[in-house]
Ligand binder design. Structure first.
Ligand code: GLU
Length: 503
């Protein structure tokens, strides 16, 4: 163990870059900088089905845009790589073998049906669903025989039945959790890949992470991690669980209420330094109570114990206020102009709009009204225009289905988007033109505009999704929303006609 402070962020590349990840990254970076340590970026892509290279790329891009810098990672290397878990499978398998050999982990051959039955019984008895240790009673010969027969199996962690796990959290003090609440965690899946828990512990050890600073949703997993450190004969790092960001109504930050993707804020014209500043105010105040501060000022004075546990509210209006102050107080008008040009006010963006606008131009004065939907955060439109000739509830239904379909689009280009809407029209037995009207209105703010699919492609995934969600909200405010029950049956109908949802 070195004495150097080493922190890490370990995002899973399974979706757009989340503001919660940026928040964790900032606090890990500040802690590392303050203690002259290093921050590591590790990609936790053990979920083979949901992880994508596009998402990894977007996470790295979003953190770089914010100005969060890491010292080691998949892009820049380091002494403890590879920094992508999918490239470290052999390391995890070796530790799993060691755990099995020492009797701390065991093979489990139980079928999905048996596990489901067990879960149902436990739920009916109001017990915490937990594996009952059935396969622990297999003899070594039986295990060998079943393995040789090719029966599928997972590897589970042996967890004590009694007593409790105690550990210290830097912010919360001592935490104790009964072992009876902790499941015999699967540490290796039937395809030989590790689960998050095992890979996370092995990597934190091998990458010499001294301090784990992560979100409070991981507290209940920490006993499993502590057990793994103990079984593997390693020292556990210091744990700090930061409070989760919340919506203004105190619920957990979710994209239903607020955009949660960092790229949304980039596309909507926020300044990265203002965004980082605002994230630094989440559950934290500088010793001198300053509200506007640079990343360096934040890092230099950072004291992790000053983090307060009351759920910090991520309020877009407050973020806008901070952003406005940055524009007026921290940048000269020349710098504002330059940043505006870099955003969407210059040739690199506008040159993509010209070919779309040209067929509709008579004079230059036509250009900005036609393109303004690409430059504003949200267009405004009347209710009647949004619903057109359709039933308002039918419009809500279509918007919701489109929202789910758009989640599935990997490469956000004109053709993929055209396919989504054509497929939607076919499945719904509607004329494309009729189907598109509400989308035209909620995305461009008008019934006449630039070609829709090109427009959506240029607008980007985050702003598009947010406009569809805004339209759904608008419909709900006008008694044309989708009820909870309606949503359930719509999800069912969606599964049948369009396949599984990803979220
Ligand atoms: N991969 C986990 C995540 O996506 C990391 C949790 C941790 O920091 O241990 O949040």
């Amino acid at each position: 163990m070195t004495d150097q402070v080493r922190t890490r962020i370990a995002p899973s590349p399974t979706g757009p870059p989340h503001v919660g990840t940026a928040y964790m990254a900032l606090f890990n970076l500040a802690f590392a900088r303050r203690h002259e340590g290093r921050m590591i970026l590790r990609i936790e892509d053990t979920d083979q089905l949901r992880s994508t290279p596009e998402s990894e790329e977007a996470i790295l891009q979003a953190l770089s845009w914010l100005g969060v810098e890491w010292d080691e990672g998949p892009d820049c290397g380091g002494d403890y790589g590879p920094y992508r878990q999918s490239e470290r499978t052999a390391l995890y398998q070796a530790e799993v073998q060691r755990l099995i050999g020492q009797g701390h982990a065991y093979l489990c051959f139980c079928s999905a049906e048996r596990l489901e039955q067990l879960r149902k019984e436990q739920m009916a008895n109001k017990e915490t669903p937990r594996y009952d240790g059935h396969c622990l009673s297999l003899t070594p010969e039986e295990v060998e025989e079943r393995k040789n027969r090719g029966d599928p199996y997972v590897v589970r962690l042996k967890v004590p039945d009694e007593g409790e796990c105690r550990f210290t959290d830097e912010l919360r003090g001592e935490i104790s959790i009964q072992w009876s609440q902790i499941d015999h965690q699967i540490i290796q899946k039937s395809d030989g890949f590790p689960t998050y828990h095992l890979a996370n512990v092995v990597d934190d050890h091998l990458m010499k992470i001294s301090h784990v600073i992560r979100g409070e949703e991981w507290i209940s997993s920490t006993p499993k991690h502590i057990l793994l450190y103990e079984y593997l004969g390693w020292n556990a790092p210091v744990f700090t669980h930061l409070p989760l960001l919340r919506n203004p109504d105190k619920s957990k930050l979710s994209k239903r209420k607020n955009p949660t993707s960092v790229t949304y804020y980039q596309d909507a014209g926020f300044l990265p330094e203002a965004m980082l500043n605002y994230l630094g105010m989440m559950g934290y105040t500088l010793p001198d109570q300053r509200e506007i501060f640079s990343l360096n000022e934040f890092c230099e004075t950072f004291e992790i114990r000053r983090v307060s546990l009351g759920g910090p509210i991520f309020d877009v209006d407050k973020l806008k206020w901070v952003n406005g102050r940055y524009l007026r107080e921290n940048l000269t008008p020349e710098e504002v102009l330059q940043r505006l040009v870099e955003w969407k006010g210059g040739p690199s963006f506008l040159s993509q709009v010209i070919p779309l606008a040209l067929p509709r131009l008579e004079t230059f004065s036509d250009f900005f009204p036609l393109s303004q939907f690409l430059l504003n955060e949200n267009p405004l439109y009347p209710f009647d225009e949004l619903v057109g000739k359709q039933e308002p509830r039918e419009v809500a239904r279509l918007l919701k289905i489109a929202e789910w379909e758009l989640e599935k689009v990997d490469s956000w280009d004109r053709n993929s988007l055209a396919n989504v809407f054509q497929n939607l029209a076919e499945t719904e037995c509607k004329k494309l033109k009729e189907l598109l009207t509400p989308f035209f209105v909620c995305i461009t703010g008008s019934k006449v505009s630039l070609p829709l699919f090109d427009g959506i492609a240029l607008l980007g995934a985050d702003l598009t999704r947010s406009r569809i969600r805004k339209a759904l909200q608008f419909l709900a405010e006008n008694d044309a929303g989708i009820s909870k029950k309606g949503l359930k049956s719509l999800e069912k109908e969606y599964r049948q006609s369009y396949g599984k949802r990803i979220d």
